[in-house]
Design a binder for this molecule. Structure first.
Ligand code: FAD
Length: 322
């Protein structure tokens, strides 16, 4: 007989970690986490630059923490340290390098989880906390194949002393720009004429750097074409000008990993965002969404993801006792 887990959690980012910690604290005995990367918090590891400041009330959204995880303002490193400690809880069974492929409802209260390695697991409740970074939005024009390595979607491959073009107009683009500006020549290009989605702290940093001529800002400007010019990008802008850059970093946002959600029969709205109630529950009794994926239309934060974990586990617990 296959083991039956109380709760199976897909993704070991803040939402998944919080769900597992809160579940154990609420007395659930059989809790399992599946993470497709070799370690937890892959988004933070990959997309946050070393020593990045991490704000609890990110993007100015004030969050009252409701659960048992004491998360405060800090850095990438202090945040990863906190999650490291939590993941080491011996009551949580965690499988790394284990990407979940699908979730299927077998009968009234049993879900079958199938991984990419074709292993099967069974659970009574499912928490999907896969984030939204799975598929970064890509530009519509062609990237020269010879320069693919230098067209990036985060700053993990950036070095120093490069002429860098960052494309985008959200918090990630602005943060990438001012982190990289310390060691590179940075231009930030955005197709709109102002930044409406960026939090005030980031805007403050940005304009400070622009004033000090550490970042060159190009607003209201699109890119129409890229060419390889002796190992550099020749960038064609919509104002008719061209310029050479060593590297381009796109921060165009990420779309919800819709295919995965569809394979799990998660009910989606007309924009392919998962539908959840106040307890983060989807239409199938027993499937919950935590973290960014539950807020793929409005954006999330670490603190919000932690609260989701708490809300979900409380709800599962209350459901079981009524
Ligand atoms: C550049 C940048 C800066 C940010 N700065 C801040 C900040 O200062 N403060 C803040 O609060 N927030 C910040 N955020 C947002 C924050 O990172 C997210 O809100 C948070 O990570 C969401 O947590 P999550 O658990 O929902 O998803 P994620 O952190 O994205 O974790 C999802 C996990 O699921 C795994 N996964 C995906 N698919 C599968 C699968 N099929 N099977 C198994 N595992 C899977 C992934 O590998 C990943 O580890 C920032 C984001 C970015 C990109």
């Amino acid at each position: 007989m296959d083991k039956m887990y109380d709760i199976a959690i897909i993704g070991a980012g803040p939402g998944g970690i919080a769900s597992s910690v809160e579940a154990v604290l609420l007395g659930f005995k059989d809790v399992v986490v599946f993470e497709k990367s070799q370690n937890h918090s892959d988004t933070i590891r990959k997309y946050f630059k070393d020593n990045k400041r991490v704000d609890k009330d990110w993007k100015g959204i004030k969050v009252e923490l409701r659960g048992n995880i004491h998360f405060t303002d800090g850095t990438k490193e202090s945040t990863l340290d906190l999650f490291d400690t939590l993941v080491k809880n011996k009551d949580i069974e965690a499988y790394f390098n284990e990407e979940v492929y699908s979730v299927e409802k077998k009968d009234k209260s049993i879900f079958k989880i199938t991984t990419v390695k074709e292993k099967s697991y069974y659970a009574k409740s499912i928490v999907i906390s896969i984030g939204t970074m799975g598929k970064p939005n890509k530009p519509t024009y062609k990237i020269p194949p010879t320069l693919k390595q230098k067209a990036n979607f985060n700053i993990s491959q950036c070095t120093q002393d490069e002429k860098l073009l960052i494309v985008g107009g959200g918090d990630s683009a602005v943060e990438f720009a001012y982190y990289m500006a310390k060691q590179n020549s940075v231009t930030l290009a955005y197709r709109k004429e102002s930044f409406s989605k960026v939090n005030p702290t980031n805007l403050h940093y940005l304009f400070d750097y622009v004033e000090k001529e550490l970042i060159e800002l190009r607003l209201n400007l699109d890119i129409t074409k890229l060419e390889d010019n002796n190992g550099q990008f020749e960038v064609y802008f919509s104002n008719g000008k061209t310029e050479l850059f060593d590297r381009i970093v796109y921060a165009l946002g990420g779309s919800s990993p819709t295919d995965f959600l569809k394979r799990c029969s998660v009910l989606l709205d007309e924009n392919n965002c998962p539908i959840v109630d106040e307890n983060l529950r989807n239409n199938q009794d027993g499937i919950y969404l935590a973290g960014d994926i539950a807020r793929s239309n409005v954006g999330g934060s670490i603190a919000l993801a932690l609260n989701h974990g708490y809300t979900i586990c409380e709800h599962i617990k209350n459901k079981n006792t009524t």
